[in-house]
Write a protein that binds this ligand. Structure first.
Ligand SMILES: CC(C)(COP(=O)(O)OP(=O)(O)OC[C@H]1O[C@@H](n2cnc3c(N)ncnc32)[C@H](O)[C@@H]1OP(=O)(O)O)[C@@H](O)C(=O)NCCC(=O)NCCS
Length: 123
C-alpha cells in the first residue's frame, strides 16, 4: 500500500471573533493554495446579530486581509455577497475592497435565481 506522507498546505484558515470573552463571529479565509491560484483567496464572515452594527466585521475583515496578504503573499482576496446584502457589501467597501461586478442569476436557491456581487482587494 502506498501512503501519501507529504502534508498538503491548508486551503482554509478560520478566525474567531471574540467579545466579552465569547466567540461572537467568524472570519473564513478559504480557497488558499489551489493549484493554479496560489496568489489569491476568498473571504467570508459572520457576526452574531446582537453584536452587529458596531464596526466589528469591518475591523475583523481589515485585520484578516492585512494578515493574509502578508502571510500567504497574496495579491488578491475576493469577497462575494448577494446584491441584497447591503451590510455585507458595506463591510467590504469599508475594508478597502472594490466592486468588480455583478453576476446575474449566479446561484439558484429554492427555484429562485439570485444575483451575486464580487468584490476584491488587490495589491
Ligand atoms: C454582514 C455582517 C457580517 C456585518 O457585520 P457588522 O459587524 O454589523 O458590520 P459593520 O458594523 O462593520 O458594518 C456594517 C455596515 O453595514 C451597514 N448596514 C447594515 N445593514 C444595512 C442595510 N440594511 N442597508 C444598508 N446598510 C446597512 C451599517 O450601517 C454599516 O455601515 P456604516 O458603518 O457605514 O454605517 C453581519 O450583518 C452578518 O453576520 N450577516 C449575516 C452573515 C452574512 O451576511 N455574511 C456575509 C456573507 S457574504
Amino acid at each position: 500500500m502506498l501512503l501519501d506522507t507529504k502534508k498538503k498546505p491548508p486551503t482554509r484558515e478560520l478566525f474567531a471573533v471574540e467579545a466579552d470573552h465569547h466567540m461572537i463571529g467568524l472570519i473564513d479565509l478559504h480557497d488558499l493554495h489551489q493549484q493554479y491560484f496560489e496568489h489569491k483567496a476568498t473571504i467570508g464572515y459572520f457576526i452574531h446579530p446582537s453584536y452587529r452594527g458596531k464596526g466589528i466585521a469591518t475591523a475583523a475583515v481589515k485585520a484578516v486581509t492585512r494578515y493574509a496578504m502578508k502571510k500567504y503573499k497574496l495579491r488578491r482576496i475576493e469577497g462575494w455577497c448577494r446584491t441584497w446584502n447591503k451590510a455585507s457589501s458595506r463591510v467590504l467597501e469599508k475594508a478597502g475592497y472594490k466592486l468588480e461586478g455583478i453576476l446575474r442569476k449566479h446561484k439558484c436557491r429554492d427555484g429562485k435565481f439570485l444575483d451575486d456581487m464580487v468584490w476584491a482587494y488587490v495589491r
